[in-house]
Design a protein around this ligand. Structure first.
Ligand SMILES: NC(=O)c1ccc[n+]([C@@H]2O[C@H](COP(=O)([O-])OP(=O)(O)OC[C@H]3O[C@@H](n4cnc5c(N)ncnc54)[C@H](OP(=O)(O)O)[C@@H]3O)[C@@H](O)[C@H]2O)c1
Length: 324
């Protein structure tokens, strides 16, 4: 089968497209003929050797996909060949076939397009876990989202509105903020031009945001303790900017706030029943038209490197998808 291959850690340009044997079926595995796979920022970290999970070489990046089931393992009674599914096995989806453990495979209706389906699981699964399980976001609270036009950022804007929060979207250009506005953001902050701390204080009557969703890190994290409300929750989601900030613990005390880690992969491995329950609720919201995944770019498998460069160069909004 054709696959994008990482033979050593490096940059997206070091990836190859080649032919390899299809992966072996496991007893709890579901073989999926991949139609489309989503690209997430952690795919790039995995190729660079900076992600916490380090698969053996050669591996194909691609954490999640949509496609048809062609074969199931002996211990999989409830998924049949021919079913259309989304799957997030965390690696291997930039290939014509992938074998995913049953617990991360979910049937999807035929009317949902490939591009929208490919990136649904990991993005919305992360945001649900962040805002609800970890952040306890309540209706009427103020949610501040950094990197708000990115993959998880835009889903956080959308889900924040669905949960009844007032959403402040912070991103790096007017074009990106226009996308956030179209997903319901109440207030827009362009952090390439405006001081985030002052704007958030102005927008919240001096109190600061109740929940801050931070997938960017670096300078953005540095500002959070100055614009978080009493009893607020800072959700540490990622470090797209590269630098891992250090927080002044005295400010955590003074603000009476919590700094909360969000690790969706570990959560779904360590708490599979809760993770599947979350996904069931997300699928219900999706079927009811309450969630609309935004895909800004699609690339063929041969051009997966260009897809990665679009993310690295901050060109995309929402999700980026690779089709096989
Ligand atoms: N904790 C978890 O379980 C989990 C799950 C999924 C993703 N993540 C993490 O969340 C972060 C975002 O992932 P994603 O898939 O949403 O990525 P994405 O679509 O590329 O979004 C990242 C956003 O970060 C902003 N950004 C600021 N500085 C940047 C820089 N130097 N390089 C690239 N982007 C920069 C960009 O917006 P502006 O241009 O507007 O600043 C961009 O839209 C990553 O760190 C990823 O590892 C964590």
């Amino acid at each position: 089968m054709k696959a994008v291959l990482c033979r050593k850690y490096g940059e997206p340009d070091d990836l190859e497209v080649g032919e390899i044997d299809p992966p072996a079926l496991t007893p709890d595995g579901v073989r999926v003929q991949v139609d489309a796979a989503a690209l997430n920022f952690p795919d790039i970290l995995m190729v660079q050797g900076k992600y916490q999970y380090k698969p053996d070489f050669p591996f194909s990046p691609g954490m999640e996909c949509v496609g048809r089931v062609t074969e199931v393992g002996a211990d999989v009674p409830d998924i049949q060949p021919g079913q259309r599914v989304i799957a997030h096995p965390w690696v291997g989806c930039f290939a014509e076939q992938v074998v995913a453990p049953r617990q991360v495979v979910f049937p999807v209706p035929d009317h949902v397009g490939d591009a929208a389906a490919a990136g649904f699981g990991l993005t919305y699964g992360t945001v649900y876990h962040a805002l609800i399980d970890r952040g306890g976001l309540q209706p009427g609270e103020t949610l501040l989202v950094y990197g708000a036009a990115g993959g998880v950022g835009l889903a956080a804007v959308e889900m924040g509105k669905l949960l009844g929060a007032t959403v402040i979207a912070a991103a790096g250009s007017p074009e990106k903020l226009a996308v956030c506005e179209s997903y319901g953001a109440d207030h827009l902050v362009d952090y390439s031009k405006e001081p985030v701390r002052e704007r958030v204080k102005d927008l919240t009557g001096g109190r600061g945001a109740d929940v801050i969703f931070d997938p960017v890190g670096g300078d953005m994290t540095d500002t959070t303790m100055r614009c978080i409300n009493w009893d607020g929750r800072l959700l540490i989601v990622g470090f797209a900017a590269g630098r891992i900030a250090e927080l002044p613990v005295n400010m955590i005390l003074i603000k009476g706030c919590q700094v909360v880690g969000v690790a969706y992969q570990r959560f779904s491995r360590l708490q599979p029943a809760q993770s599947r329950a979350n996904m069931a609720e997300l699928m219900g919201w999706w079927a009811a038209g309450k969630l609309k995944p935004h895909v800004s770019m699609t690339f063929p498998l041969d051009k997966a490197v260009d897809a990665m460069k679009a993310i690295v160069n901050r060109k995309s909004t929402g999700q980026v998808v690779v089709t096989t």
